[in-house]
Design a protein around this ligand. Structure first.
Ligand code: ZN
Length: 69
């Protein structure tokens, strides 16, 4: 299973592809990638905003993995 970073946040124009054997594995790979490469997306957010954005991103990634694999 795999998911392109570009499918999650098209505006970034990033060509990273997360992969794994399960939805959770692809999700974890993508979240780790986001934390390493796109941490600037969280710049200026409060802790509460960050928590909410992380939660939304997490759900979105799982939906996309299920829809595309
Ligand atoms: Zn990316």
């Amino acid at each position: 299973m795999k998911l392109e970073c570009n499918a999650v946040v098209p505006d970034l124009g990033c060509d990273y592809v997360a992969s794994g054997d399960t939805v959770d594995a692809v999700h974890d790979d993508m979240m780790a990638h986001g934390g390493q490469v796109h941490s600037d997306l969280m710049d200026g957010m409060s802790e509460a905003e960050m928590a909410r954005a992380g939660q939304e991103m997490s759900e979105r990634i799982k939906e996309l993995v299920r829809a595309n694999n």
